[in-house]
Write a protein that binds this ligand. Structure first.
Ligand SMILES: Cc1cc2nc3c(=O)[nH]c(=O)nc-3n(C[C@H](O)[C@H](O)[C@H](O)COP(=O)(O)OP(=O)(O)OC[C@H]3O[C@@H](n4cnc5c(N)ncnc54)[C@H](O)[C@@H]3O)c2cc1C
Ligand code: FES
Length: 305
C-alpha cells in the first residue's frame, strides 16, 4: 500500500515541462554507450597537401569493426596515447565498414604527433559522436554542398552518400574554394564524382598561380555559374565561420530558408559526449546537439559564429 503523501496525482504533472527540465540526461545517456574506445591500426597514409594527410584506419577487432556505424556529418575523438585526443570528422563513406578515413590538418600538439606516425601504428577512436546531415530529408531536392578549405573534410561523407544514392536527388552542385591551388583536397576523386554520378563540381582559388586555369576569386563568385531554385534547394556549408556567415546570408537573400541550410560548427572539445562542458555555446553542447546545426539554430546561438 503506497503512502498517499508520496503519490503525485497524474494531473499535477505537466509532462512537457517535466521532460524539458531534464533533457540533457536523456540525450546524454544516448551517447554514453558510444564512449567505448576502439583500437585501430593505421593502414594507409596519403599526403594530400602540404598541411593535410588522409589517414586510413581499420578497427582491429573484427566484432567491433562489424558493429561500428556512423552517419555522414558525425565525428570521432581520435586518441593518440601519450599526447591526447582530438575531434575529427569522418571523411569516408558510411557504407564502407572495413575502413574509416580521416582527413587531418597538422595544427598543433596532437596532430603534429600524428603526422610523425607511420603506417602500421596504433591509435584509438571513440564515437561516433554528434548530429549528422539530414540525408533522407534532403532526398528529392537540389543540393548545394559548399566547402571552404578544410571544410571539404566533413563534406566528403555526405558527398559519398549522395554518390551512392544519386537517383534520390535532383541537381547536385559542389562549390569548393581554397586560397591557393596547392590546397585543393581530394583532386584525384573529382573526375569520378563528375563522370559517374553527374555531380557538378565548381572550384575557385583566391590566389591563382601560373598553372591555374580555373576560376579565381571568392567562393560566392561561383554562384554566378549555377541556377538556384530556392523552393527546392538544400545547402550544406562547411568551412571557417567567416565563410559560412557570408555564404549563408547570400543564400538567405536568394530565398533559401534558414532551416534548409546546414553548417558544421567547430569548437574545442574534450569528451565529445556532453560531460566536460568544454564545447558549450551558451547552454548548447556543440558535441551532442551539433556539430551539424541548421542555420536558423546557429543564428539563435549567441556567439556561435
Ligand atoms: C567536430 C569537429 C570536427 C573536426 N574535424 C576535423 C577534421 O576533419 N580534420 C581536421 O584536421 N581537424 C578537424 N577538427 C579540428 C581539430 O579537432 C583540431 O585541429 C585539433 O583538435 C587540433 O589539436 P592539436 O592538439 O593538434 O592542436 P592544439 O595544440 O590543441 O592547437 C593548435 C591550434 O589549433 C587551434 N584549435 C584546436 N582545436 C580547435 C578546434 N576544435 N577548432 C578550431 N581551432 C582549433 C588552437 O586554437 C591552436 O591555434 C575538427 C574539430 C571539431 C570540433
Ligand atoms: S566536448 Fe565535452 S561537453 Fe562537449
Amino acid at each position: 500500500m503506497p503512502d498517499k503523501h508520496f503519490v503525485i496525482p497524474r494531473q499535477d504533472i505537466n509532462r512537457e515541462d517535466f521532460t524539458s527540465s531534464i533533457p540533457d540526461f536523456n540525450r546524454r545517456s544516448e551517447f554514453l554507450k558510444t564512449d567505448m574506445g576502439y583500437k585501430c591500426i593505421i593502414t594507409n597514409i596519403v599526403r594530400l597537401t602540404e598541411q593535410e594527410k588522409l589517414f586510413k584506419l581499420r578497427i582491429i577487432d573484427t566484432l567491433e569493426r562489424n558493429i561500428f556505424r556512423f552517419k555522414p556529418g558525425q565525428f570521432l575523438m581520435l586518441e593518440l596515447p601519450g599526447y591526447g585526443d582530438v575531434p575529427i570528422s569522418i571523411s569516408s563513406s558510411n557504407s564502407n565498414h572495413e575502413y574509416i578515413e580521416l582527413c587531418i590538418r597538422k595544427a598543433g600538439h596532437v596532430t603534429s604527433a600524428l603526422f610523425n606516425l607511420a603506417e602500421g601504428a596504433h591509435v584509438a577512436i571513440r564515437g561516433p559522436f554528434g548530429s549528422a546531415f539530414p540525408m533522407d530529408e534532403m532526398s528529392g531536392h537540389n543540393v548545394l554542398l559548399i566547402a571552404g578549405g578544410l571544410g571539404f573534410a566533413p563534406l566528403r561523407a555526405p558527398l559519398f552518400w549522395i554518390n551512392e544514392h544519386r537517383e534520390r536527388f535532383l541537381n547536385v552542385n559542389v562549390l569548393y574554394g581554397v586560397k591557393e591551388p596547392s590546397q585543393l583536397l581530394f583532386t584525384y576523386q573529382f573526375d569520378e564524382w563528375e563522370k559517374i554520378s553527374h555531380i557538378v563540381l565548381h572550384t575557385i582559388v583566391e590566389h591563382a598561380d601560373a598553372g591555374w586555369k580555373g576560376h579565381h576569386g571568392m567562393i560566392t563568385d561561383l554562384f554566378k555559374d549555377i541556377t538556384i531554385d530556392p523552393e527546392t534547394t538544400y545547402a550544406v556549408v562547411c568551412g571557417p565561420p567567416v565563410m559560412f556567415k557570408v555564404v549563408c546570408s547570400y543564400l538567405d537573400k536568394l530565398g533559401i530558408p534558414m532551416n534548409r541550410m546546414f553548417v558544421s560548427l567547430e569548437r574545442r572539445m574534450h569528451c565529445g559526449m556532453g560531460k566536460c562542458c568544454r564545447c558549450m555555446v551558451g547552454s548548447t553542447f556543440t558535441c551532442v546537439d551539433g556539430p551539424v546545426f541548421d542555420y536558423w539554430s546557429v543564428m539563435n546561438l549567441k556567439e556561435a559564429i
